[in-house]
Design a protein around this ligand. Structure first.
Ligand SMILES: [Mg+2]
Length: 134
């Protein structure tokens, strides 16, 4: 089964390195530049009848930050898709804010590719992705 992952980050370098790491591991990747773009990309994916196994989001982004983005996802049919936060933000209060918004996991940049893949495997094994088709 195809594993579709959405990456939302305003840093082109971060998007490229995460995307490279995931594509090499056999995942299909969609990129978005901020929360607003992320919601648009989710709409496009939904309209194509595709599913998303996992969403990886940055926190600090223009137009719509990661915490707001996660809150918005929870209002859509993608609400069961796990969201992994990947950020330079290691502050405990920020982490708490992310968790309250509904983030499933938190990984602080810079990350090691093997750590990212390990955590992604853990999340995409769960059957959440299938629920987004309904
Ligand atoms: Mg950022």
């Amino acid at each position: 089964m195809e594993k579709n992952i959405l990456i939302v980050d305003d840093s082109p370098t971060a998007r490229t390195s995460i995307s490279f790491c995931l594509s090499n591991a056999g995942y299909t990747v969609t990129e978005a530049v901020d929360g607003k773009d992320g919601l648009e990309k989710l709409d496009e994916i939904k309209n194509k009848g595709q599913i998303v196994s996992l969403i990886i989001s940055d926190i600090n982004m223009p137009r719509m930050d990661g915490v707001t983005f996660i809150k918005e996802i929870k209002k859509t049919s993608f609400k069961f898709v796990p969201v992994l936060v990947l950020t330079t933000e290691s502050q405990e209060s920020k982490k708490q804010e992310g968790k309250e918004a509904g983030a499933a996991g938190w990984l602080v940049k810079p990350f090691r590719p093997e750590d990212l893949l390990w955590i992604i495997k853990k999340f995409t094994r769960r059957p959440h992705g299938s629920k987004t088709t309904t």
